[in-house]
Ligand binder design. Structure first.
Ligand code: GRF
Length: 200
C-alpha cells in the first residue's frame, strides 16, 4: 500500500474526490495517510479531521516565517508519516526544493486548464478561467501533471476537455472544469502509484 499525502489550501473538493475514489476502490493500492494545508481554516483540513485522516496545518508562516525551518519540518513530517506519493489538490504554495528532490516523479498537481496554456505565475483560481474566456478559446479542461520546480510545468499525465459555452462566466466554466478535475486527479495518482510499484 502506497501512502499518499494530499496538500490543499482551500475548499478541498479534490481531496474529497480522492477520498471517495479510494473508498470505492477506483483508486487502489493507495492509502490517504496525511493532509497538509497552509490554511488552518481550510475545508480540506476540516474534511480530513471529520474522516479521522491526520491533518496538519503547516506553512512558512507557522514556522516563524522561516523558509528553511518550513522545508525541514515539512520533509520530516512526510518522512515520519512514511509518505510515498504527494498530490497537490488546490495547494497555493510552491513546495520547497528538498521536498521536490526527495519526491521527484512522485508528485502530481491538478490545474484547471489545458496546459501548457493558461499556466504559470498568477494563473490560479478564477484568473485561469477568466484568461481562457478572454482568449476566445472554444475548449478548456483540466490537466494533471508531474510537479517540477516551476509553477505548472512538468510532464502532463492526463487531460480532459470540455467545451466553452457561449455566455459562459469564469464561475460557470470553473464548475464544469472541477468535475473533470475530480475525475482525472485520482486517475493520475493511480498512474504514478502504478509506476512507483513497478519500479520497486
Ligand atoms: C482547483 O480548481 C484546482 O485546480 C486549483 O485549485 C482548486 C482547488 O479546489 N489548483 P478544491 O479546494 O479542491 O475544491
Amino acid at each position: 500500500m502506497l501512502r499518499l499525502a494530499v496538500f490543499a489550501s482551500g475548499q478541498g473538493s479534490n481531496l474529497e474526490a480522492i477520498y471517495h475514489s479510494i473508498s470505492r476502490g477506483a483508486l487502489h493500492d493507495v492509502e490517504l495517510a496525511l493532509v497538509i494545508s497552509n490554511n488552518s481554516a481550510s475545508g480540506a483540513l476540516s474534511f480530513a479531521r471529520k474522516r479521522e485522516i491526520p491533518g496538519i496545518h503547516l506553512s512558512v508562516l507557522s514556522c516563524e516565517n522561516d523558509k528553511l525551518k518550513f522545508e525541514s519540518k515539512l520533509l520530516l513530517t512526510l518522512q515520519d508519516a512514511k509518505i510515498d506519493l504527494i498530490a497537490l489538490a488546490g495547494y497555493m504554495k510552491k513546495l520547497p526544493g528538498k521536498v521536490l528532490e526527495e519526491y521527484a516523479g512522485r508528485i502530481v498537481n491538478i490545474h484547471p486548464a489545458l496546459l501548457p496554456e493558461f499556466g504559470g505565475k498568477g494563473m490560479y483560481g478564477m484568473n485561469v478561467h477568466a484568461a481562457v474566456l478572454a482568449s476566445g478559446a472554444k475548449i478548456s479542461g483540466a490537466s494533471a501533471h508531474f510537479v517540477e520546480g516551476e509553477y505548472d510545468t512538468g510532464e502532463i499525465i492526463l487531460q480532459e476537455t470540455c467545451p466553452v459555452i457561449q455566455g459562459e462566466t469564469p464561475e460557470s466554466l470553473a464548475e464544469r472544469v472541477k468535475e473533470i478535475e475530480h475525475r482525472i486527479l485520482p486517475k493520475a495518482i493511480q498512474v504514478i502509484a502504478n509506476r512507483v510499484n513497478k519500479g520497486k
